[in-house]
Design a protein around this ligand. Structure first.
Ligand SMILES: Cc1cc2nc3c(=O)[nH]c(=O)nc-3n(C[C@H](O)[C@H](O)[C@H](O)COP(=O)(O)OP(=O)(O)OC[C@H]3O[C@@H](n4cnc5c(N)ncnc54)[C@H](O)[C@@H]3O)c2cc1C
Length: 425
């Protein structure tokens, strides 16, 4: 088994997109070459701004090229809690944005004409306990009544039409949800941005941000570049001290995936009929899908830590696969890998500008494929002067007292979440 990402092994970073020399100035410097940074740069370039993207490592080394590739509807907090916090109008705007995020990814792929295996395949969220069925039905009815959004609650034989497993009590199918190949999406975006004349400078870690009047000076591993604006798009990889105000809003969390050997096609057709994408309704959730070459790609968060031993992770995933699909018990794994996403204290993504004038968009939880596309594009419009408002701008960005970006509470939170999962709360 390799400790390597299945996606980027199959779609390696294309040659000739990144450059090595750092220009001396730009209208906007974007820090981080994941989906957030690339979509912001795309929008800014379309608005006629000169943009430079600086990336600490290489294209594809953040979370954006290596994830589950699921584009799901909605936001992490429940619509009830959002309505209570912000009222119905803001909640409606956020809801609409979450749907537009999925559509936007498809539109960008079409407009820029690259292939990312975008499929409107539908997603099924899987509930373990019969006791959750009633609230799943009520939630589905509310979504239909309040937002006109259709989901179907499946149980028994109906559930068997989407998954060949007896582990789950019910599933909630959303035909709206989509899947991409994340490596193709990340690299396709990078090529589209490079085609617009944006230099993407690799091995160019930003080490300090300074301001003199209206000018920003960005100190990097390759020298200093000056710009009118700076956009921080570093999400789960945001360094501790670069922009403390942003780091205090996010908690980096590990997420991990494995790929199995190719599985006999008839068996896979029985286990995943309809080729949907799946996630389980737990805090320590699993997510899975079929690959184009008939593997099971299976992911999850066995713990909140971003630094787990990958061999342990693989063993745990293999057991989870066997529990869900007994026919695959002990299935050979070929790849294991992991990356970092960023959670926030209110479970919403955060877009804003610090007191020091640094723009940022971070904190998508496990929903970053669509939302990073949306917030990156929104940030590009704001920075480029094409918009002065957007659904995520102006939302409060909570942190916690004494939190300076070192998540000392993760082990305790992990124990709590595991116990809540165990008792089905
Ligand atoms: C295993 C895994 C599975 C996931 N599955 C899904 C899924 O199925 N669906 C979904 O919606 N979301 C999923 N996510 C979350 C999703 O991948 C992220 O939310 C999204 O990719 C965030 O994009 P981003 O561009 O903001 O950050 P990233 O793609 O993480 O990019 C941030 C970049 O910033 C760079 N950087 C950091 N510091 C500096 C610095 N000082 N100077 C320069 N560059 C710097 C990093 O090197 C990195 O390349 C998953 C995440 C993981 C790890």
């Amino acid at each position: 088994m390799k400790t390597a990402c299945y996606w980027t092994e199959n779609t390696p970073k294309p040659a000739g997109i990144a450059v090595s020399a750092l220009p001396s100035e730009a209208d906007v410097v974007v820090i981080g070459a994941g989906v957030t940074g690339l979509t912001a740069a795309r929008r800014l370039a379309d608005l006629g701004k000169s943009v430079v993207i600086v990336e600490a490592r290489e294209l594809g080394d953040g979370a954006s090229a290596i994830n589950g590739g699921q584009l799901n509807y909605g936001l992490k907090p429940s619509l009830k809690s959002l309505t209570k916090r912000f009222g119905p109008d803001v909640t409606r705007e956020l809801w609409d944005a979450s749907l537009d995020a999925v559509d936007l990814a498809g539109r960008i792929i079409d407009e820029d004409g690259f292939d990312a295996d975008f499929r409107r395949c539908g997603a099924v969220s899987l509930g373990y306990r019969q006791s959750g069925l009633e609230s799943a039905r009520a939630e589905s009815a509310d979504l239909q009544a309040d937002f006109g959004f259709e989901t179907t609650v499946l149980e028994g034989d109906d559930l068997r039409t989407v998954i060949g497993s007896d582990t789950f009590a019910y599933g909630v199918l959303s035909e709206f949800d989509a899947a991409v190949d994340p490596a193709k999406y990340n690299f396709g975006l990078a090529a589209a941005v490079a085609d617009r004349g944006v230099p993407i400078v690799e091995h160019c870690e930003v080490r300090g941000l300074y301001q003199a009047g209206d000018v920003h000076f960005i100190a990097t591993a390759k020298g200093t570049i000056r710009s009118d604006d700076v956009f921080l798009a570093t999400n789960g990889y945001t360094p501790q001290d670069l922009v403390p105000e942003v780091r205090r809003q996010i908690v980096p969390i590990g997420s991990y995936m494995v790929a199995t050997v190719p599985i006999e096609r008839n068996l896979l057709d029985r286990l995943l009929p309809g080729n949907r994408i799946f996630w389980t309704q737990r805090r320590f959730l699993n997510y899975f899908r079929r690959s184009a070459d008939d593997r099971l790609l299976f992911g999850g968060r066995p713990d909140l830590s971003p630094d787990l031993d990958l061999a342990d992770v693989a063993r745990g995933m293999q057991e989870s696969i066997g529990r869900i699909f007994p026919e695959l018990a002990g299935v050979e794994l070929t790849h294991v890998w992991g990356g970092k996403l960023a959670a926030t204290f209110d479970l919403l993504p955060h877009l804003g500008r610090t007191d020091g004038g640094v723009w940022y968009a971070v904190g998508y939880g496990g929903h970053g494929m669509g939302l990073a596309t949306y917030l990156g594009t929104e940030a590009g419009g704001l920075i480029g002067g094409a918009a002065d408002d957007g659904p995520f701008l102006g939302l409060p960005h909570p942190t916690r007292p004494y939190y300076r970006g070192n998540p000392w509470f993760l082990p305790a939170a992990g124990v709590l979440f595991r116990n809540l999962d165990r008792i089905g709360r």
